[in-house]
Design a protein around this ligand. Sequence first.
Ligand SMILES: NC(=O)c1ccc[n+]([C@@H]2O[C@H](COP(=O)([O-])OP(=O)(O)OC[C@H]3O[C@@H](n4cnc5c(N)ncnc54)[C@H](OP(=O)(O)O)[C@@H]3O)[C@@H](O)[C@H]2O)c1
Length: 259
Amino acid sequence: MEKTMVGKTLFVSGGTRGIGKAIAYAFAAKGCDIAFTYASSSDTANEIIADIENRYSVKCRAYKLDILEPLTYKDVYKEFDKDFDRLDYFISNAIISGRAVVGGFAPFMRLKPKGLTNIYTATVSAFVVGAQEAAKRMEKTGGGSIISMSSTGNLVYTPNYSGHGTNKAAIETMIKYAATELGEKNIRVNAVSGGPIDTDALKAFPNYEEVKAEVVKRSPLSRMGDATDLTGACIFLCEENSSWLTGQTIVIDGGTSFQ
Ligand SMILES: NC(=O)c1ccc[n+]([C@@H]2O[C@H](COP(=O)([O-])OP(=O)(O)OC[C@H]3O[C@@H](n4cnc5c(N)ncnc54)[C@H](OP(=O)(O)O)[C@@H]3O)[C@@H](O)[C@H]2O)c1
C-alpha cells in the first residue's frame, strides 16, 4: 500500500474494536500516526499500540475516554498535545452499548428518556466536542478532515434501533452545519454511513442471527459488511482526491438500503 499519509496524524475514538480498530490499522498502513481512545481495557489498547507500531513503523498512542462525558474530550486532547504536534484527521466512531442504552435500544413503546438522552450525548454531543477540539488544532496547520460514523438505521427500519437511528440522522445534519462553518478554515466534515457490519455492536442485538440472515439475503453482494468495509471511504475523505467534498454522507451498505 502506498504510504501517502506519512507525517499526518489521525485521532479516532473507539479504536479498540470493530470499525474503529480497522480504521486505525488502515490509516497506519498509509504511514499515518495514530491516536485512538478506549473505554474499558488499557491492556487491549497497549496491545494494539505495540502491534501497530511494530507493523507500520508509525507513532501510536491511546487515551481513555468516556463519550457519556463529552467534555472530558478536552482533557484527552491535552494529553494528545503532549504526544503529537499536529492533527490532520478526526473520526468520531465510538458508540455506547449495554447498560448505557437501556431504554434507548428498544421497541418504540419501551423507549425511555434516559436511554435516549444517553445515545444523544454519546453520539451527537461527543461528536461536537471532539470535532471542536480537533478543529482548533487543524486550523493551526491549514486544515483537515473530520468524519463521523453513521449508519443506515436512519434510512431502513431496524428493530430496536430508533434511538440510534434518530441520532444518526441528527449527526448527518450536524456534519452539514459543521462543514458550512468550518469550510473557511479548510476543514471538511463528512459522514460515512454503514449498513449492518459484523462487529461486537451488532452481535449485541438480541436478534443478531436474524439480522445477519436478512442482510445477506437483501444485499446484492450476498454478504454482511466487515469492519474493514468502511475504511476505504474514510481514507478517501481524508486525502486530497476528495478536497472539494464536504457536508456529505457516503453510504456503504452492500446495496441493502434499496431492497
Ligand atoms: N456495527 C454496525 O453494524 C455498524 C454499522 C454502521 C455504522 N456503525 C457505526 O460505527 C461505529 C463503530 O461501531 P462498531 O460496530 O465498531 O462498535 P463496537 O465494536 O461496539 O466498538 C465500540 C467502540 O466504542 C468504544 N466505547 C464503548 N463505550 C464507550 C464509552 N462509553 N466511551 C468511549 N468509548 C466507548 C469501545 O471501547 P472499549 O473496547 O474499550 O469498550 C469500542 O472501541 C459506531 O459509530 C456505529 O454506530 C456500526
